[in-house]
Design a protein around this ligand. Structure first.
Ligand SMILES: [Cu+2]
Length: 213
């Protein structure tokens, strides 16, 4: 009985995420379900949403892997499903280093017709330990109010971005079926990837899984 009680108290610590979005507030994350698209097994939008500027805003996550291919997507609506995460906020790049990775101004494409009060969900995707994706979502409400960043964020010591690798290991070792357009625009330089939101664009069919394999 004592052993069981001890085990139960340890479980929350063991269930920490592979990575987690820290701003805007995420839905929560759990390492056991984080591979479930689109939101790491957290399928219910947060009841309290972070107000986030229509033009874009701050996003930060805590990296628990010392390197991982990463991308940030956006889906509009109150409760988007997997196929809705088609807007690229940050094309794939390689996150390097453990700790805080952040953008103070991650730009949202201007041609989406987003209005004050519209809801949306930001999705951060990272490659998992053996191929496949890991997911974490944060629910937002867009605002046209001039937003000031409460506290500017900086990357943790030794945390940076590099060009995404295209040959991350896969679990099966076999090629994925019909990879999507993986030869599209290269990420910008490391410095730009961190500080400047690159030319985000709408993709008709985003091969989210393709670059992870
Ligand atoms: Cu992990």
């Amino acid at each position: 009985m004592h052993a069981t009680a001890l085990l139960l108290t340890l479980l929350p610590a063991l269930a920490t995420a592979h990575f987690s979005v820290t701003y805007p507030t995420d839905r929560g994350s759990n390492s056991q379900t984080q591979a479930d698209s689109p939101c790491g097994g957290k399928n219910t939008p947060s009841s309290t949403r972070t107000k986030w500027p229509i033009a874009g805003g701050q996003l930060s996550f805590e990296a628990g892997h010392d390197e991982a291919n990463t991308a940030v997507y956006l889906a509009l609506g109150n409760n988007p499903v997997k196929d809705d995460f088609k807007i690229i906020l940050k094309d794939k790049f390689l996150q390097i280093g453990l700790g805080t990775f952040c953008w103070n101004e991650l730009t949202v494409p201007g041609d989406l017709g987003i209005k004050n009060g519209d809801n949306a969900t930001i999705q951060v995707v990272q490659a998992g330990h053996s191929g496949g994706g890991l997911y974490n979502c944060a629910d937002i409400t867009f605002t046209d109010a001039p937003m000031r960043i409460a506290q500017a964020c900086v990357n943790g010591t030794g945390v940076s971005a590099q060009e995404a690798t295209t040959s991350a290991p896969s679990a099966s070792g076999s090629g994925s079926a019909a990879p999507a357009a993986t030869t599209s625009a290269k990420p910008s330089s490391a410095a730009e990837s961190v500080r400047v939101a690159g030319g985000a664009l709408l993709a008709g069919a985003v091969g989210v899984a393709a670059w992870l394999l």
